[in-house]
Design a protein around this ligand. Structure first.
Ligand SMILES: C[S@@+](CC[C@H](N)C(=O)[O-])C[C@H]1O[C@@H](n2cnc3c(N)ncnc32)[C@H](O)[C@@H]1O
Length: 178
């Protein structure tokens, strides 16, 4: 299946061998497979609010699941419980929560579970919307919640204008005072 959009996203994400990574809205788990192919002792946790998608993603990534490289949970991000997990990178592809409504609740969870040097990668595309338009909406959502936008990338792939916003979580108050 042609998937330049997802391959580009994983290239931008650049998973390193030992990283702890979170995917939000993994769907069938196509990106999870590409990320796992780059991990050695790292791990990816993938969530989707659809139990059907999680079953499909687990099936597709059965050997990564068995090897302990991938974990899957049926969960809506805003109410997900990641325990003590601390991720180096989190990413979402085509998850409307970040482009179409105020993602405050989702970003609170992500800020809690990203490492201090962690990054959030949001990739999105919508028919009939330019990548610039989508990037502006992604940026507005994170900036409104005091995240810092580090980079904005755009590409035309698989017939879609794709935008990517890379953002850093707000610094904890104690660290900011130092
Ligand atoms: C359009 S699909 C994209 C799937 C895949 N990421 C891709 O790009 O091909 C969006 C997926 O995100 C999931 N999703 C949407 N909002 C979510 C949320 N707030 N928390 C967890 N999963 C969510 C949906 O169930 C769906 O599987």
């Amino acid at each position: 299946m042609p998937n330049d959009r997802i391959a580009w996203a994983v290239d931008v994400l650049s998973p390193e061998a030992s990283e702890e990574i979170l995917e939000i809205g993994c769907g069938h788990g196509v990106a999870v497979t590409m990320v796992c192919d780059r991990l050695i002792d790292g791990r990816i946790v993938a969530v989707d609010r659809s139990a059907t998608m999680i079953v499909a993603a687990k099936r597709r990534n059965a050997h990564h699941l068995v090897a302990g490289r991938a974990q899957f949970h049926t969960a809506e991000l805003a109410s997900a419980d990641f325990g003590e997990a601390c991720f180096d990178k989190a990413y979402a592809l085509r998850v409307g929560a970040f482009a179409r409504k105020d993602p405050t609740r989702e970003l609170v969870v992500l800020a809690r579970h990203l490492s201090p040097a962690g990054r959030l990668f949001l990739f999105h595309d919508e028919p009939a919307h330019s990548a610039d338009n989508i990037a502006r909406r992604l940026e507005a959502g994170v900036r409104r919640n005091a995240w810092t936008v580090e980079a904005v990338l755009t590409r035309r792939l698989d017939g879609c204008d794709v935008a990517c916003v890379i953002a850093l979580p707000p610094r904890p108050a104690a660290a900011a005072k130092r």
